[in-house]
Design a protein around this ligand. Structure first.
Ligand code: 13P
Ligand code: SF4
Length: 404
């Protein structure tokens, strides 16, 4: 996590309405030079100022296309650090990307440390041996550092988001950019979200029976724990696994448990039933008990299409769920959060009106604060991994469930 210096006191003396008014004035003053992007997990006070709102995939596309179309000079990214890095990688050199609070990192992204990834790669290949005639294709969830994206780009892999993970897995398992002669010889190293990886493997029908019972014999997936020697795996497990899953997780989505789904179903049994919709960063036991799983954009779409009078329980970040519930209520659709605890992403929550105004005040005076700049040596390979995700994923296999 980067250090964010304290803001001048005057920002904390302003009311929400004063902050909103001042931000709107600066926004108008900076005109087309400025593009404010907002992730769906941002708080309402912030999202009201965003020019474009989206999930990780949509925002990557916006950053790449819209900045060019609009002639944007500054992107202020209301999201977390890896998203701002992604925007910097995908935009031209003359676009400056700003993160209003440098402390807004993503703990899951930090779980894939660059040096650990390099060590894992070397160790896995040392186990597979020089005579192994297959390939390991790395796939990185965009929730990782630019350095890890660069590693993936340099080693023939691609990024993915929760929207297109199944398509990118399909692309990788077919051999990536170099189609495989024998798909049996391809392994995928997926990082850093063990749960998205396992849920995607499950969606593609890749899990074997032994995957369902941890620790019983060789399986299609094996979890690589970077804190343990040889990832905590035996040679047999590394050789046998089709998908190696990095031991990382999102602490927000880990707060949902299968028991929450059971309780909700009981509660709604005599109230016309309920549809449970969760994000694929949740553990597989939750996804299996839910009716459907998909990225934030997918969840939004399902709720927008819901019939009046229907009941929905959603397992993802609280700010999005509250906004969805409010909008849906006006159409007679009932939406509430899964579980009892408020699943707040404290990192997304660091972005507030005070920090947004401070960055815009500085821009209006010709000063750039909190610029996120990816080093040129890793920019190109990281861009390759992202561009493969955005353009080179045409080998999607058929999937069991419909979420996208
Ligand atoms: P998506 O935006 O891909 O749904 O991912 C959610 C998330 O956790 C972002 O950090
Ligand atoms: Fe990271 Fe989870 Fe927050 Fe997304 S919701 S930014 S994965 S901690």
């Amino acid at each position: 996590m980067l250090f964010q210096p304290a803001l001048p006191d005057r920002y904390y003396a302003m009311s929400d309405a004063e902050l909103a008014g001042a931000i709107a004035d600066r926004h108008a003053q900076l005109g087309d030079d400025l593009l404010i992007l907002g992730h769906h997990y941002q708080q309402d006070h912030v999202i009201q100022h965003a020019d474009l709102i989206g999930d990780s995939l949509k925002l990557s596309r916006f950053a790449a296309q819209e900045a060019r179309n609009r002639g944007t000079k500054y992107i202020v990214f209301c999201g977390v650090h890896f998203m701002a890095e992604t925007a910097d990688i995908l935009t031209d050199d003359d676009v400056t990307v700003i993160l209003p609070d440098l402390g807004a990192g993503c703990p899951m992204a930090d779980m894939a440390d660059y040096d650990d990834v390099v060590d894992a790669w070397d160790l896995i290949h040392s186990v597979l041996g020089g005579n192994w005639n297959g390939r390991v294709i790395p796939v990185a969830y965009v929730n990782c550092s630019a350095a890890v994206k660069a590693f993936v780009g340099e080693h023939g892999g691609a990024c993915c988001t929760s929207t297109n993970a199944a398509e990118i897995f399909g692309w990788a398992l077919a051999g990536g950019s170099q189609r495989a002669q024998d798909e049996e010889c391809i392994k995928v190293l997926f990082l850093p979200d063990e749960h998205l990886g396992r849920n995607t493997a499950s969606r593609l029908g890749l899990l074997t029976e032994v995957d369902e019972v941890a620790g019983r014999g060789p399986s299609a997936t094996a979890v690589w724990n970077p804190k343990l020697e040889y990832g905590g795996l035996s040679e047999h497990q590394i050789r046998g696994a089709k998908i190696l899953l990095w031991a990382g997780h999102c602490s927000v989505h880990m707060r949902f448990h299968p028991e929450h789904v059971d309780r909700i179903r009981k509660e709604y049994a005599d109230k016309g039933g309920v549809t449970v919709l969760v994000h694929p960063e949740c553990r597989k036991e939750v996804v299996d008990k839910a009716d459907d799983a998909g990225s934030t954009e997918y969840i939004i779409r399902r709720i927008e299409e819901a019939k009046p009078g229907s009941n929905w329980v959603v397992g993802t970040e609280i700010h999005l769920v509250k906004r969805l519930a409010l909008r849906a209520a006006s159409r007679g659709v009932n939406v509430r959060l899964l579980g009892e605890s408020h699943c707040l992403c404290v990192m997304m929550f660091r972005i507030n009106q005070q920090h947004l105004l401070w960055t815009l005040d500085n821009l209006a005076q010709g000063r750039v604060v909190n610029r996120i700049r990816v080093h040129p040596t890793i920019r190109e390979p990281a861009r390759r991994a992202l561009e493969r995700m955005l353009t080179d994923n045409g080998h999607a296999p058929s999937v069991r469930r419909t979420a996208s």
